[in-house]
Design a binder for this molecule. Structure first.
Ligand code: NA7
Length: 557
């Protein structure tokens, strides 16, 4: 009979893997973290493109589990840059002595459930095989970069880089003609920086995106000290908020459509001055429910573009018009639109003149050839499911997770899947994940999983698995909450529209971080309702909608 090498295998050493390892050790469980990169950091290890920066404020995009860590770490800017976040995660790895349980430069290729032994057999690209009671996926939501299938890409004579797989030694743009394909967050962050270094930049835009200013600035130590003094309350606000963020302008109680235009403009101007996502997402009760309401905000943002960009034709092309504001990830920028006033930057509208192919000397559209020395593919990710689909994950009876998810991901609470005992997907599809402050959602999942593992140990149970009926009920709830929102009206990566052939399903849970937390807590309190523990089943909650809009106060009651 196979024996366990470890209690748990954790895949990935980003924010999830590091904290999961810490919690497993706290429970007295043995664990091995397997990481494809050469260091910790996850998304912050790979996404090193120029200008890469978090769009959640640094004081909130950080762990809360250790008050000592919280107090001793000093962030230098309002929004942390990629190098600073990587530095932070390296510090966390050292401070808690985590590295000794992490295998670097090793990619998990397969994980197979051995039903007889109740173990996961995990295979790695180096030929190693390990068995463990639990397999915990900390593989991230945006970790499989999308290399677009553009004809001739392999024939390009210059250099080609993906923003999500940026070379560690950096790229020298000086004197170069650069073609950037893609204007999502990664393009919007990198284009202004590349434009300052390169000889010429051609931006190939398929969809214009909404962006709000970061107003990034150094964090004064007094300001930081004041936030630290109130950290416990701020963290509590994050955990019970819609998006996992505790600061920023409050939501207005009046719907946008009932707000007089002058008042709305003043309100939006105030939010613009503050900057950041928090001021523009979920600002009013109707923003995510009404395309008409979202369009009032969109018109404000389009007016800002027209004010900034001096060439009116270019400004018009940069004005998003194809999707409601907020239905694709809102971007947070530093000087993106103003960059198009530079002499060395030009915009190509791919809707008018699509790319026909990449020629050895540059990008050939239906209109002309744009010569380039470097192509930057800022073309996004196979989000949320891509990385899990690339691992051959097999549960009971050898069934593949990829097949189970062929029509879209199905899970209970975004945490576990029926037919895949003892397998956990941290920030998996069906949980708030990418629609929230990821660190808050990661901590909540890691702590919930740790609570469940402690319970299994306490009662001597070997396996836990969601019931198919619980998975169905959760899937229906996730879809029902998303159905009336503007999120369904955009071809976004939230619905898999950026990857040809991917089923169109809204993957994250939009019911809110606080609501979701209350549900998970209640499920646990009801002896893990909706799960089978060693075959003993407890039915799932009858109605998930009762949790919607739950606040800290109502939850406690
Ligand atoms: P995104 O937001 O998915 O953006 C990718 C961009 O690349 C987007 O503008 C796409 O246009 C464009 N794209 C993708 N494929 C092509 C092809 N084949 N031709 C032309 N243009 C293409 O990824 P990011 O990395 O910028 O950001 C991901 C998240 O990271 C972000 O939301 C933050 O949460 C952090 P499209 O919109 O599909 O028309």
């Amino acid at each position: 009979m196979a024996k366990a090498d470890y209690d748990a295998i954790v895949v990935g050493a980003g924010f999830t893997g590091l904290y999961m390892l810490y919690k497993l050790r706290e429970l007295g469980l043995s664990a091995r973290v397997i990481e494809a990169g050469s260091d910790v950091g996850g998304t912050w290890y790979w996404n090193r493109y120029p200008g890469a920066r978090c769009d959640i404020e640094s004081m909130e995009y950080s762990y809360s589990f250790s008050p000592e860590l919280e107090q001793e770490w000093e962030w230098t800017e309002r929004y942390a840059s990629q190098p600073e976040i990587l530095h932070y995660l390296r510090h966390v790895a050292e401070r808690f002595d985590l590295r000794r349980d992490i295998a670097f430069d090793t990619r998990v290729t397969a994980a197979c459930w051995d039903e007889g032994a109740a173990l996961w057999a995990v295979e790695m690209d180096r030929g190693e095989r390990l068995a463990a009671h639990y397999c915990i996926m900390g593989t991230g939501c945006l970790s499989s970069p999308n290399r677009p299938d553009i004809s001739g890409l392999g024939d390009f004579a210059g250099e080609t880089y993906l923003t999500g797989l940026w070379p560690h030694e950096g790229v020298d743009f000086a004197g170069k003609r650069v073609a950037v394909i893609g204007t999502g967050s990664s393009g919007i962050q990198s284009i202004p920086v590349i434009a300052r270094e390169a000889d010429h930049v051609t931006v190939f835009q398929r969809t214009a995106n909404f962006t709000v200013p970061a107003h990034n600035r150094p964090l004064a130590s007094e300001e930081q000290a004041a936030i630290k003094a109130g950290y416990r309350e701020l963290r509590a606000l994050e955990r019970h908020s819609p998006g996992g963020v505790g600061s920023g302008p409050p939501q207005s109680l009046e719907p946008i459509l009932a707000t007089p235009p002058d008042e709305l403009r003043e309100d939006l101007e105030r939010r613009w001055e503050i900057g950041g996502l928090g001021g523009f997402l979920n600002t009013h009760p109707d923003t995510i429910l009404s395309a008409e309401a979202a369009d009032r905000v969109a018109e404000f943002l389009r007016a800002k573009i027209r004010e900034t960009v001096s060439d009116p034709d270019v400004a018009e092309l940069l004005c998003p018009a194809s999707h409601p504001m907020g239905s694709k990830r809102l971007c947070v920028d530093t000087g993106f639109h103003a960059t198009f006033n530079r002499e060395n930057v030009e915009l190509v509208d791919l809707n008018a003149t699509p790319i026909e192919r990449i020629a050895p000397e540059g990008v050939q559209t239906s209109e002309k050839l744009y010569p380039a020395d470097i192509i930057v593919l800022a073309t996004g990710f196979d989000a949320m499911t891509g990385t899990l689909a690339r691992i051959d994950i097999r549960g009971k009876g050898g069934a593949a997770l990829k097949d189970k998810w062929a029509e879209g991901p199905r899970s209970y609470l975004g945490l576990m899947c029926a037919g895949f005992p003892n397998l956990f997907t941290v920030t998996g599809p069906g949980s708030p994940s990418v629609i929230s402050n990821m660190v808050v959602s990661i901590e909540q999942h890691v702590e919930w999983i740790a609570g469940l593992l402690a319970e299994l140990r306490r009662c001597g149970a070997a396996t836990v698995e969601p019931l198919a009926e619980a998975e169905d009920a959760w899937g229906e709830h996730v879809s029902a909450v998303a159905a009336p929102t503007i999120f369904m009206q955009a071809d976004s990566w939230y619905v898999g529209a950026n990857i040809p052939g991917k089923p169109r399903v809204f993957m994250p849970y939009i019911g809110g971080v606080g609501t979701y937390r209350a549900i998970c807590k209640d499920v646990a309190a009801k002896n893990y309702a909706g799960f089978a523990v060693d075959g003993q089943t407890i039915p799932p909650p009858a109605d998930f909608t009762v949790y919607l809009g739950m606040t800290r106060e109502t939850e406690a009651a």
